[in-house]
Design a protein around this ligand. Sequence first.
Ligand code: COS
Length: 381
Amino acid sequence: MPDRSFLDWPFFEPRHRDLAAAAEDWAARSVPGLVDHHDVDGSCRRLVASLGEAGFLGFAAPEDGCFDLRALCLLRETFARHDGLADFAFAMQGLGTGALTLFGTPAQRAQVLPGVRAGRSLAAFALTEPEAGSDVAQIALTAAPDAAGFVRLDGEKTWISNGGIADHYVVFARSGEAPGARGLSAFLVPAATPGLAVAERLETIAPHPLARLRFAGCRVPEANRIGEAGTGFKVAMATLDVFRATVGAAALGFARRALDATLARVRTRQLFGAPLAALQLTQTSLAEMATAIDTAALQVYRAAWTRDAGAPRITREAAMAKMVATEAAQEVVDRAVQLHGGEGVRAGSVPETLYREIRALRIYEGATEVQKLVIARQILG
Ligand code: COS
């Protein structure tokens, strides 16, 4: 059982402690029966349906439009500790609708969010392009006026999580009001819209549903624009401000699992006539792992608490939380592999699985290098 003492920190309210216990209970009972890593599409559909039934998706797409970021982080941390896909399935329902929750009209929200909340429909966030990932202002997919009341989308998106299985995408496009960041808009695009096709499914070291999408004469009503024309960059950044802290939380879940597995290992594994845990070199590693985890948790829940307490923006806090927690988790997982020896690299072992799972978190939703850029800009003013 992982260290739960952080739940006594003053960041949390009683409802958060209850939620963490309920999430732990659901994950322990349900996740093993829902996940098959050889069938990531089916696993995600089953997970989303079950998460919806259990009521957890209400936190990803809140009915009142107000995120409880501490709750989102606690849920991602708990689900990630049990299985990377469980965390992924939950997180995408939030990231894929975050723009609607924050900027959608009542009609847009009513069209999409109840299905997402109930686990009946899957959501996706389509920002990255082959030539625009870290540099969002370079987005090239065009949104041009078409027949009266319609826009026409042409271009490509890539590395889209839930690509291929999502029921709707929030797509960021160049609508051309101004050059660069000020000429983008966000659109809600149902997956069945003619002209939208999955160009390629993408395989990664920790498989989950991921695709490159092609938009060719894909027409959506003007009414599907999320927020004002030309504000797509800010819509994307504000969504990422919320979800970056939760990426840190998922990393924390992986790191806690790695430490737990390592503690069990070093207590039982005999070396030079004593348990591995008796060696001071091992103790140094354990101390550094535990400290890195607490440091990451402080950053994640500081960011979440700051937003929940009413801060208008947590750009700096969220970037720090994502950077610190994902980098810490990579280090913790690597140490776990090392302390497990050969077992640490055996395909399917806990450390090996975590080693594959953690890597992408230092890249997606803004690589560590981008977070440094964001933090520096914030402190420079
Ligand atoms: N919330 C609201 N508004 C924001 C914002 C935020 N977090 N961040 C920037 N903005 C606003 C700025 O205030 C600026 O507004 P004005 O034009 O009114 O002055 C505008 O957006 C443009 O900002 P900026 O000049 O900083 O834009 P850049 O193109 O220089 O941004 C970074 C560069 C690196 C910060 C941005 O492109 C980024 O975050 N990239 C990473 C994206 C990412 O996470 N990609 C992964 C894909 S998602 S899996």
